[in-house]
Design a protein around this ligand. Structure first.
Ligand code: ADP
Ligand code: F6P
Length: 321
């Protein structure tokens, strides 16, 4: 193995740069040439490759976003697109590819593996919806951003005796909402996995008001069964006691420099990805579990979905009383 390539794909996540840096410097330490593919599968199809030296990855450890940029690409989902990608890799004499991204991006990595390309995946997505790893790169930073926002919103909520509904990201996964809600002291948490009818949300908030709470926080996952604006209208009509206000955190959750946890996670996964690629492993994702860094076949990652244990829902229920 002489030349490897790396890309960041799907939604960006804080810590992607730290992973790029770890891959490049580990690769160089092993005598490899490392190429960056710009804008994920879009750049792969266009042949947009650049050599990355140690200097190119200087000063990026603490930066959010991704220096390689990212993209979503429909053509790569087709067999024809994937064959074109294989031609591009051959043209550039790439012996192995490391894909850093979310579950969709890892499906793309699986497609390359099926075509015979040596591939290693690294889980990175603020959603924490990737099967087989306890944490993905970017989750911890996004969660801390959510907590910072919740703490600030609670200050103003208390001053005005208000209830804040806060919509957080996560696509179809309620991890950020559930953890943000538990750690931010929310009264109500609505996730796609555990739907709470609007009537019950109103009931919980009214109960908090009657109990004498000075504020209420309801964290709503973007994948909740109803849109958060519908819920605002409903709660306003129900007159739950608190005045209702809405904050949609949006892409603020994706930006910012990575936390210490995410820098360490990204660094460890990046180093391990190169080690595994060099030792001849392919078609696997590097996962972080209680036992350290492990590999799990991409096939298993992409054919399962990650579930949240009921224990956390029970905890949320007890702590919101
Ligand atoms: P994320 O990786 O954050 O989950 P997406 O689901 O949007 O983001 O996937 C990112 C990109 O990965 C897609 O735009 C596409 O190029 C590629 N991809 C997704 N699913 C597949 C698939 N089933 N086969 C091949 N490529 C895929
Ligand atoms: O997968 C990360 C994520 O931020 C999701 O939480 C969200 O649903 C989606 O990406 C937003 O995508 P976009 O950046 O294309 O608006």
């Amino acid at each position: 193995m002489k030349r490897i390539a790396i890309m960041t794909s799907g939604g960006d996540a804080p810590g992607m740069n730290a992973a790029i840096r770890a891959v490049v410097r580990t690769g160089i330490a092993f005598g490899l040439e490392v190429y960056g593919i710009r804008q994920a599968y879009t750049g792969l199809l266009a042949g947009d490759f650049e050599r990355l030296t140690s200097r190119e990855v200087s000063g990026i450890l603490q930066r959010g976003g991704t220096i390689l940029q990212t993209a979503r690409n429909e053509e790569f989902k087709t067999k024809q697109g994937q064959r074109k990608a294989l031609r591009r890799l051959n043209e550039h004499q790439i012996d192995g590819v490391i894909v850093i991204g979310g579950d969709g991006s890892l499906r793309g990595a699986m497609a390359l593996h099926t075509l015979g390309v040596p591939v290693i995946g690294i889980p990175a997505s603020i959603d924490n919806d990737i099967y087989g790893t306890d944490m993905s790169i970017g989750v911890d930073t996004a969660l801390n951003t959510i907590l910072d926002a919740l703490d600030r919103l609670r200050d103003t909520a208390t001053s005005h005796n208000r209830c804040f509904l806060i919509e957080v990201m996560g696509r179809n996964c309620g991890y950020l909402a559930l953890m943000g809600g538990i750690l931010g002291g929310a009264e109500v948490i609505v996730t796609p996995e555990k739907e709470i009818p609007m009537e019950e949300v109103a009931h919980e908030l009214e109960a908090a008001y009657i109990k004498g709470k000075a504020h209420a926080i309801a964290v709503i996952a973007e994948g909740a069964p109803y849109h958060v604006t519908e819920l605002v209208d409903y709660l306003t009509k129900q007159e739950v006691g608190f005045e209702i206000r809405l904050t949609i955190l949006g892409h603020i959750q994706r930006g910012g420099g990575p936390t210490a946890f995410d820098r360490l996670l990204a660094t460890r996964l990046g180093v391990e990805a190169v080690n595994r690629l060099i030792s001849g492993e392919t078609g696997v994702m590097i996962a972080r579990t209680g036992r350290g860094q492990n590999t799990i076949p991409l096939e298993e990652v992409t054919s399962n979905s990650r579930s949240i244990t009921d224990e956390y829902y029970d905890l949320a229920e007890i702590l919101s009383r």
